[in-house]
Design a binder for this molecule. Structure first.
Ligand code: F6R
Length: 610
């Protein structure tokens, strides 16, 4: 997804700082990169399709030095990936230059107006170029005022960074529904779409809110609201380490993050548990009356986070006896759903910046729902716009394929369900305490599964050339099947499909033939016999079956080519363990097929467009 970095300082090091910042955002996915610097009263821009290394090759020249500049990594939305469409974009006489994340919804209208009334000739197909021209026509020596006038005409969700040739000692940035921060340096200041871009240089950050404009010089950062009133903002101190975002000895971030799951889960759990095992919701104001007043829970998310929501539904319905709907954010927001002031709306998002999830949250808020979010990135948009936040504490997740965010999201959902159930009096103390003990044991049990990595690697080696894989399960195993299937397809590009096992015979079994690979998840004791029957049905048609079951359920061996065993645990919490072999399998299949594991094609880490 697009990334913005801007720098204004004293030394001629803008190029180095911006390129370094852009590299820190590479993990988000992008198709082109560019940089613009104020040099001797002019703006010099270089941009190139492909990786940042391509850009570096064309800016090798020594004269490309400046104290002020902006840079961008683009993920195409308007106009194909190309040198011309890459950011930054400038106005006709190259005096105003802009980088932009997000979408300008009325750009066609603005483009026509600029063409007809001002004779503007556009060089690219982007909505961003419209912004540069718009600011250009209002510019009369005061960049801030020109940006304010332009913004009045722009509709959409965006963050922009702007420089002017005539004011090389100033930079202006605006946030509207797309992430933006300002970094506070010494004798220099920064803007960025994401904090990791700046961590090499600063830890003191201003989180910019919606409809705010920031004016930066090397010594000063001023934040204005939409009425041009100066805003006071507390400094946000970033405590997490940039090194946490490095690979730490693994070949890929994805594998590192898979192995970080025991630690992440332990962190998520222990931050919410008192010494006596009671769940504390510090910072979350949810009283008994509130909980008893909810007649429905709506869980809304996208992709992997949505799959975590499916497990959350099972947990909340079972433990708190409140009906739960789970919806995909891009569907929810256009459905006019039944949400009111008795609804608890739970948004799940690793990044906290997924536009559809954010829009769904706002929709629910408008209808009066109470908003609780389960988020990994502190200070992200979803977190800031929620009534309460339950952080996942997974640490930065860099690989595009989500792993540790998913399992920590599950942990949060169990804790929320347990808290609600216990507060409402649906579950007794004994069951509650047993569940908590079970959760405490999960990091060690997950480590046991991780210790089986070599066996799973062998299974991946054996099947890595299959072109089609199925995942089946019942109950929460079907939710985990969806996640296993998504992991495999997104990083290995194999066509995979997940289905509730009982549904197979209603159509999909037609696709099962000699040699079809099927992962059969059979972790639920009370559904084990039923799953064995489903497995027999497909085995009879010649499928290769990889079973996933608890250690005690050895009968599955007779029907499977391979079995991956999980440590014994309560049925309710098996998703925390069962997903792990599927993550490792997907990883090794992608590795054997020489895929770009951390940055799969066509995907981005943070989806800030519709
Ligand atoms: C898949 C994956 C995506 C995200 C989805 C939502 O591995 O990571 O499906 O889960 O794009 O992202 P967040 O959780 O940031 O809202």
């Amino acid at each position: 997804m697009c990334g913005i970095v801007g720098y204004i300082g004293t030394e001629n090091n803008a190029k180095e700082v911006i390129i370094e910042g852009l590299k820190r955002l590479e993990y988000r996915g992008y198709d082109s990169a560019g940089i613009a610097l104020c040099i001797n009263g002019k703006i010099e821009t270089r941009k190139h399709v492909g990786e940042i290394s391509n850009l570096e090759k064309i800016i090798g020249d020594v004269y490309f030095e400046s104290t002020t500049g902006i840079g961008h990594t683009r993920w195409a939305t308007h106009g194909a990936p190309s040198d011309l469409n890459a950011h930054p974009h400038s106005n006709s006489d190259n005096t105003i230059t802009v980088v932009h994340n997000g979408i300008i919804e009325n750009y066609v209208e603005l483009r026509e107006w600029l063409r007809e009334d001002y004779g503007v000739k556009f060089k690219s197909d982007t909505d961003t170029e419209v912004i540069a021209h718009l600011i250009g026509i209002y510019y009369d020596g005061d960049l801030y005022q020109a940006v304010c006038r332009a913004v009045e005409q722009m509709r959409g969700a965006y963050a922009i960074g702007v420089i002017a040739a005539a004011e090389p000692d100033k930079m202006v940035a605006v946030r509207k529904d797309a992430p933006l921060v300002a970094g506070i340096g010494e004798g220099c200041n920064f803007i960025a779409s994401d904090i990791p871009a700046l961590l090499k240089y600063v830890r003191r950050i201003f989180l910019i809110e919606n409809n705010e404009t920031v004016v930066l010089t090397k010594d000063d950062i001023k934040i204005y609201d939409e009425h041009q009133k100066l805003v006071r903002r507390d400094v946000f101190h970033v405590t997490w380490d940039a090194d946490a975002a490095e690979k730490g000895g693994y070949d890929h971030f994805m594998m590192k993050e898979i192995h970080e799951q025991p630690k992440g889960l332990d962190e998520t759990l222990t931050r919410r548990l008192d010494e006596d095992g009671d769940i504390n919701l510090d910072g979350i104001s949810m009283t008994k009356e509130d909980i008893e007043g909810f007649n429905k829970v709506y869980i809304v998310a996208c992709g992997t986070a949505y799959h975590a929501g499916l497990v959350g539904k099972a947990a909340i319905e079972k433990l708190a006896k409140i009906p739960v709907e789970v919806d995909i954010a891009s569907e929810f927001r256009y459905r006019d759903p039944f949400v009111d002031d008795k609804t608890l709306f739970i948004a799940i998002s690793q990044s906290g910046e997924t536009l559809d999830t954010l829009a769904a949250l706002r929709e629910a808020k408008k209808k009066g729902a109470r908003i609780l979010s389960v988020v990994n990135v502190v200070g992200s948009s979803v977190a800031r716009e929620s009534d309460d936040v339950f952080y996942t504490w997974a640490g930065p997740e860099i690989a595009v394929a989500s792993t540790k965010a998913y399992t920590t999201q599950l942990m949060c959902m169990y804790l929320i369900a347990l808290y609600m159930g216990r507060t409402k009096g649906v579950i007794d103390k004994e069951y509650y305490s047993r569940f908590i003990e079970e959760l405490r044991g999960i990091p060690d049990k997950l480590q046991t599964v991780l210790n089986r990595e070599a066996d799973i690697e062998q299974i991946a080696r054996k099947y890595c050339r299959k072109e089609q894989v199925f995942f089946i399960g019942r109950g929460v195993d079907s939710a985990v099947s969806y996640e296993g299937s998504l992991k495999l397809k997104e990083i290995s590009y194999i066509n995979s499909f997940a289905i509730a096992a009982g549904e197979l015979k209603h159509g999909t079994i037609a696709l099962i033939e000699e040699g079809t690979l099927v992962f059969a998840l059979a972790t639920q004791d009370f559904l084990f016999e039923k799953m064995l029957s489903n497995i027999k049905e497909i085995q009879a048609r010649g499928a290769n079956i990889v079973g996933i079951a608890k250690e005690g359920n050895r009968e599955i061996e007779q029907e499977s080519s391979e079995v991956i065993y999980l440590p014994e645990c309560m049925d309710e919490v098996t998703p925390l363990l069962a997903v792990v072999p599927l993550q490792i399998f997907a990883y090794y299949v992608a590795k054997f097929r020489a895929c770009n594991i951390d940055k799969p094609k066509n995907l981005a880490k943070s989806v800030t467009v519709e």
